[in-house]
Design a protein around this ligand. Structure first.
Ligand SMILES: C[S@@+](CC[C@H](N)C(=O)[O-])C[C@H]1O[C@@H](n2cnc3c(N)ncnc32)[C@H](O)[C@@H]1O
Length: 268
C-alpha cells in the first residue's frame, strides 16, 4: 500500500516542471515545436513513434469508413507524420496546425511529396473552416473533405473541443467523415507519467519536455466525444478502443502504448 502511494512523491516535481509552460496554449505549442531538434523514434517528440504500426491499425477503418475519392484534412498535424502516411490512401492531404513552427517542420519533412500541403491555423477559432476550405480549393480539391485527428482533442479544454468540432461540420458536408483517435487513459496525471516511464529518480527526456512546455493533457473517450460532437449535429458511425503509440521511452526500440479511443463521425 505504502509502496503504491510512493509515486505521489512525484507531484512537487511535476508541478514545478509544468509551471514553466506558457499560459497561452498557442504560444506553448509554437515554442515546443520551435525547440524540437529531431523527430521519430530517437527524437524529442513524445507522440512520434517513428514507425507506421499505429497507422497500419487505422488503415482498415479508414478504407472501410471514409470516401477514398475525397481529400483528407489532418487536424493538428504537428510535423506531418500522419499527413505523409495518409497520402497513400487519399488524393490529397492538407495538414493544419496552430503552430507555424510545426508547419515549417512538416514542410521540410515532406519535401518532394506532391499530394500533401500544409496550413498554419487555429482550428478552434471562428472562421477556421473557411481558411481550410480556401486551402483545399487552392490545392485543386474544393468541396467535401474527410478529417483525421490524432492526439489533439485530449490536449484541448472542453470549450475548445466543441469549437473545433463545430469548425469541422461544414468541411465534411454530406460525403466526408471525421476519423478521430485520442488517448483515453483511465488514471490521474501521476499514474499517466508513471505509465510512460517516470520514476522518483528520472523522467524520460521526451516526456519531461512535454510536461515542461505543454498544456496538461486530459482524456478523450466516449463521454468527451459526446459533449464535443453532440447528437443533434453528428452521427457516430463506429467507435471503440484504440492504442496510441509513443516514441520508445523505457526501452531503446519498443514504443509505449497508451489506451485510447477512436470514433468515426458523420455530420447531420
Ligand atoms: C499531441 S500533438 C499531435 C500531433 C499529430 N496529430 C500527431 O499525432 O503526430 C497535438 C498537435 O495539435 C496541435 N494543436 C493544438 N491546438 C491546436 C489548435 N487549436 N488548432 C490546430 N492545431 C492545434 C499542436 O500544435 C500539436 O502539433
Amino acid at each position: 500500500m505504502l509502496l503504491a502511494l510512493k509515486k505521489y512523491l512525484l507531484i512537487p516535481k511535476l508541478v514545478k516542471l509544468s509551471s514553466a509552460a506558457p499560459r497561452d496554449p498557442r504560444d506553448a505549442w509554437d515554442q515546443f515545436w520551435g525547440s524540437v531538434r529531431a523527430t521519430g523514434s530517437g527524437g524529442d517528440v513524445l507522440w512520434d513513434s517513428g514507425d507506421d504500426h499505429e497507422m497500419l491499425g487505422y488503415a482498415e477503418q479508414l478504407e472501410r469508413q471514409l470516401n477514398p475519392d475525397l481529400p483528407i484534412v489532418d487536424v493538428g498535424c504537428g510535423n506531418g507524420t500522419f499527413s505523409r502516411r495518409l497520402a497513400a490512401h487519399f488524393p490529397h492531404v492538407l495538414g493544419v496546425d496552430v503552430s507555424p513552427n510545426a508547419i515549417a517542420r512538416a514542410h521540410s519533412e515532406s519535401a518532394g511529396l506532391d499530394r500533401v500541403s500544409y496550413l498554419a491555423a487555429d482550428m478552434t477559432a471562428p472562421g477556421a473552416s473557411r481558411a481550410v476550405a480556401d486551402a483545399l480549393a487552392a490545392a485543386g480539391v474544393a468541396g467535401d473533405a474527410n478529417i483525421f485527428i490524432r492526439g489533439v482533442l485530449h490536449v484541448l479544454k472542453r470549450p475548445a473541443q466543441a469549437a473545433l468540432a463545430e469548425e469541422l461540420h461544414p468541411l465534411v458536408g454530406k460525403r466526408g467523415r471525421v476519423f478521430l483517435a485520442e488517448t483515453d487513459f483511465r488514471g490521474n496525471a501521476v499514474e499517466y507519467v508513471c505509465h510512460l516511464g517516470a520514476t522518483l529518480h528520472s523522467i524520460p527526456a521526451p516526456l519531461e519536455k512535454a510536461i515542461r512546455g505543454l498544456p496538461m493533457p486530459g482524456r478523450f473517450g466516449p463521454v468527451q466525444r459526446k459533449r464535443a460532437f453532440p447528437e443533434l449535429r453528428w452521427d457516430v458511425v463506429e467507435d471503440g478502443p484504440a492504442v496510441i503509440e509513443t516514441r520508445p521511452l523505457t526501452s531503446a526500440t519498443r514504443s509505449e502504448q497508451i489506451p485510447g479511443y477512436f470514433s468515426v463521425l458523420q455530420a447531420r
